[in-house]
Design a protein around this ligand. Structure first.
Ligand SMILES: [Ca+2]
Ligand SMILES: [Ca+2]
Ligand SMILES: [Ca+2]
Ligand SMILES: [Ca+2]
Length: 541
């Protein structure tokens, strides 16, 4: 209880402090203002009563655990050095979609920032001073950018040799915006863990680093035959320059806003960020449903994505060979050269606790981080609630519910009527979710792995070319998403291919488009969208 009460007091103080600056109910509109607090504290209270320490250590892990990846992001990628060299100001960081957790700052700083925002908006000196960015990082106030006391002097200070890593909340937490909301960017306020960060420019942030080439396995690369798959005209190679890597990652056309490429397959196939609340309802994990448990997905993020140098371990190479054959072997060999050419040594950086069989779900590349920590993170994300849906136009919502549940609409053949229940674990086969799928066979693989398949001219299948549910013996296709927090979503489907919710159901998209489940009348589509935007984890019918 203590933790909860403290948090509520802090939050209340922050809200009181800023209620004059920002119309709180406006910035919190998507969260239903005080409703959200009431709603989440009721069930959180139960969780907290049950396991207060478990809950708090799960929160700490989601926010601050790096398992040593600060070595990768600081010594290999040189991200903090790039932030310093580019004089990134707090306003620019916010424009990149990063957010600031006020709860991490001391009272004087909070007051100074508040006074400046009140007087000058975002044009004041504090928020436009690159030195403030470093101060915020040193205070662990930039969400998901984690400074560790590497030099063990009891202080957190990037300038004196402390290293900076990345944690899950970089992409999976927002704030309540109580101090500031930057249009199309991040916010300053009390951290809210779980909601997807739709505005984060992951690729642009990567490009700011001084050795972006160290992210080689996550770029769009030329394969053994010289061709490549992705949104860029051409793939990169081990000999491409840092500027060429920056151009790929930093361009929103090739690496769109709100997306991150979680497949180390040499294909340029970023996916849209997903919610991390109510993960007890979300299995399986990944848009291809490639992993069955949250722990498996978290382990993959820590061991593969947040320190890809692990791919050069025997298990990493075995995984790449198994899933990507000759292209995987080439990727590993070229990555090793890239690291050598750019002076990266003493890798990998991750603190490993377990070993297993490569290309199996528990340890995808044969290594694992501390399972106890992953379990605590799981308990925490399971307990996090969805932001409340928008329930303004109840007549439209009621009409939309009727459309959603009508047999003719087909929605309930896949989605649940009640969002308070776990999504169905089925993988919807590619031919059903994307009738236009007409792939070229790029390579055969040992069963149960599917062949390596790509439909040219469409991005929907790109995530599933190499990594898909055939990893665990199921079909290549799409997993069912949580239908929650949709009001905040600017783009739909995992490949960002649909620009607005009403449009997803417009038959004009065509019979062979991805997710071809249509409502012919446009007023009905509007009602359906209004209904979908009202959904959260309390929506029972
Ligand atoms: Ca230190
Ligand atoms: Ca760079
Ligand atoms: Ca990829
Ligand atoms: Ca494709």
């Amino acid at each position: 209880m203590k933790i909860l009460i403290e948090n509520m007091i802090v939050r209340k103080k922050i809200l009181q402090r800023y209620s004059l600056l920002i119309p709180v109910c406006m910035t919190l509109a998507f969260y239903g203002c005080s409703n959200k607090d009431n709603n989440s504290s009721v069930s959180d209270a139960t969780q907290v009563q049950q396991q207060p320490q478990q809950q708090e250590s799960g929160r700490q892990a989601l926010r601050f655990e790096t398992f040593g990846n600060e070595g990768f992001w600081t010594d290999a990628v040189k991200l903090p050095q790039g932030i310093v060299a580019n004089n990134v100001t707090p306003v620019q960081a916010l424009q990149l979609g990063l957010s600031v957790n006020l709860q991490a700052l001391d009272a004087d700083t909070i007051a100074a920032v508040a006074a400046e925002i009140a007087a000058q908006g975002t044009s004041g000196p504090i928020l436009n001073d690159p030195a403030t960015t470093i101060k915020l990082i040193n205070a662990n106030a930039v969400i998901g950018v984690v400074v560790k006391d590497t030099n063990r002097d009891g202080k957190l200070d990037v300038a004196s040799g402390d290293k900076v890593g990345v944690s899950c909340v970089l992409c999976h937490a927002i704030t309540d915006g109580s101090a500031l909301n930057v249009a199309g960017g991040g916010s300053i306020g009390a951290e809210i863990d779980g909601p997807a960060v739709h505005n984060i420019q992951v690729g642009k942030i990567f490009s700011i680093a001084q050795n972006t080439k160290a992210l080689y396995p996550m770029a769009q690369l030329k394969g053994v035959d010289g061709t490549s798959i992705g949104r860029a005209a051409e793939g990169l190679t081990k000999n491409s320059t840092e500027a060429e890597f920056d151009a790929y990652f930093g361009n929103p056309t090739t690496y769109p806003v709100g997306m991150f490429d979680d497949t180390v397959d040499g294909n340029g196939n970023p996916m849209h960020n997903t919610p991390l609340f109510r993960q007890d309802l979300a299995a399986p994990f990944g848009s291809a449903g490639e992993l069955a448990t949250f722990q498996q997905f978290g382990n993959t993020v820590f061991t593969v994505l947040l320190d890809p140098t692990n791919l050069l371990s025997p298990g990493g190479r075995a995984f790449l060979h198994k899933v990507a054959g000759a292209n995987g072997d080439k990727l590993a060999a070229d990555y090793q050269e890239v690291l050598a050419m750019t002076g990266v040594t003493n890798y990998p950086f991750t603190t490993i606790s377990r070993y297993g069989e490569p290309a199996t779900p528990d340890t995808l590349i044969g290594i694992g981080v501390d399972l106890d920590t992953l379990n605590k993170m799981t308990a925490y994300v399971n307990s996090l609630h969805s932001p409340l849906g928008i329930k303004v136009d109840t007549a439209s919502i009621d009409r939309g519910r009727d459309i959603f549940t009508a047999t003719s609409s087909q929605c309930l053949t896949c989605h649940n009527a009640s969002q308070a229940e776990a999504v169905r674990p089925d993988i919807i086969p590619m031919a059903v979710i994307f009738p236009g799928d007409n792939p070229d066979v790029l390579a055969q693989r040992d069963p149960p792995l599917s062949p390596v398949l790509n439909t040219p001219g469409n991005t929907f299948d790109d995530k599933m070319i190499v990594i898909n549910a055939s990893l665990r013996g199921l079909v290549r296709g799409s997993a069912l998403p949580l239908l929650m927090d949709l009001a905040r979503k600017p783009v739909f489907l995992h490949d960002n291919s649909v620009g607005f919710l009403e449009g997803l159901f417009d038959p004009g998209r065509g019979a062979i488009a991805p997710h071809p489940f249509y409502i012919s009348n446009s007023a009905d589509r509007d009602d359906l969208a209004t209904y979908l935007r009202s959904l959260d984890d309390t929506s029972t019918i």
